[in-house]
Design a binder for this molecule. Structure first.
Ligand code: SP5
Ligand code: ZN
Length: 335
């Protein structure tokens, strides 16, 4: 399977995140890329599809905020990474507030996703990476792997969070749908629920979203991913959430995966976007499932079974030393 990646994706390196009441080193590091690239060998170059496919998912004011946030932070005399501290839980009116702190709160749902100097460029090229891999499929390839970083599945139409800024999977799913390659399904197998992707397609009957993840009753992002979230309005029935308890290993993961794949096939998907996180790994430092490297090969093989054109988009996975071999196992599983 062809792997796509651009060096500019490595220029995003926040120092720290706020977690459990204190500052801790940022888990989503450029070293993750090095681990995967080393295990996979070379990468195919990324092409520039511009802002339009991004703006087909994200609000223009949010994109403008992302582009300008770090410069505004510096202009306010701040040092280090930009991060908010006031979050508008009472509703998110788009007030024309000038303070960078007001914008940082209005466009974020956590305090764990700072904006650093290279964040916009990296997020932009991460999205272009997904678009380039998608283009390979649009041109007839059966599979492609977008080594996206920063990841995307926690980012919504107008918000960042969970180490995510632009929703790479949603951007390609929307584009595939727009180009008539659908019906498109997104299967999210990251440890964490893909709340941003769910929100983007919650009302959309044309994109099916299925996610297998740690139960939000115990795990981030808490407020999304519960089994009773099934889509709304015209999108009723096109969202499927399969939360699993901490400690889940392959024996209990596999039936949930089969349920998701059966639902995707029954719905009539013609194309699949996989949000792949390797943070379901047994020794992931921030997660609590028990998949082993061989299970990632099984995961890849099962996802390949329906025979759909499949774009794999990288999401999380923080056990850096083992990350590359886990990704390779998953990709080889596809055959
Ligand atoms: C894409 C993805 O997997 N995002 C996950 C975001 C999870 N954030 C909540 C848990 C953060 C724990 N961070 C501990 C860092 C220790 N260095
Ligand atoms: Zn994750």
């Amino acid at each position: 399977m062809k792997l796509f990646f651009d060096d500019r994706q490595a220029g995003h390196a926040p120092e720290k995140e706020f977690h459990n009441g204190g500052w801790v080193p940022y888990a989503e590091t450029p070293a993750r890329l090095a681990s995967i690239l080393e295990a996979c060998g070379g990468a195919h170059p990324v092409r520039d599809f511009g802002l339009d496919p991004i703006l087909a998912v994200h609000d223009a004011d949010y994109v403008a905020f992302l582009r300008e946030a770090y410069a505004r932070w510096q202009a306010a005399g701040r040092e280090g990474d930009a991060i908010g501290y006031t979050f508008p839980v009472r509703g998110r009116r788009k007030l024309p507030l000038k303070r960078i702190d007001a914008a940082l709160g209005a466009y974020a749902f956590d305090a764990a996703t700072p904006i650093a100097e290279g964040t916009w460029d990296a997020a932009y090229w991460s999205a272009q990476c997904a678009l380039t891999a998608f283009d390979d499929i649009a041109a007839g390839a059966r599979h492609a792997f977008a080594l996206c970083r920063p990841p995307g599945h926690h980012a919504g139409r107008d918000y960042l969070g969970g180490y995510c800024y632009l929703n790479n999977a949603a951007i390609v799913a929307r584009r595939a749908d727009a180009l008539g390659l659908g019906p498109v399904a997104v299967l999210d197998v990251d440890y964490h629920h893909g709340n941003g992707t769910q929100d983007i397609f919650l009302h959309d009957p044309n994109v099916f979203f299925a996610s297998i993840h740690a139960d939000p009753a115990t795990d981030y992002p808490f407020y999304w991913g519960h089994a009773d979230e099934r889509g709304e309005g015209e999108g009723a029935g096109t969202t499927l959430n399969l939360p699993l308890p901490q400690g889940t290993g392959w024996d209990d993961y596999a039936p949930a995966l089969q349920t998701a794949l059966d639902a995707i096939v029954r719905w009539g998907a013609a194309m699949l976007v996989v949000s792949f996180g390797a943070d379901t790994f047994a020794r992931d430092p921030i997660s609590h499932f028990r998949l082993e490297r061989d299970d990632f090969a099984r995961l890849g093989a099962r996802i390949a079974e329906p025979g759909l054109p499949t774009l794999v988009v990288m999401e999380g996975g923080y056990a850096v030393a083992e990350l590359g071999s886990n990704v390779v196992a998953f990709l080889h599983g596809f055959g």
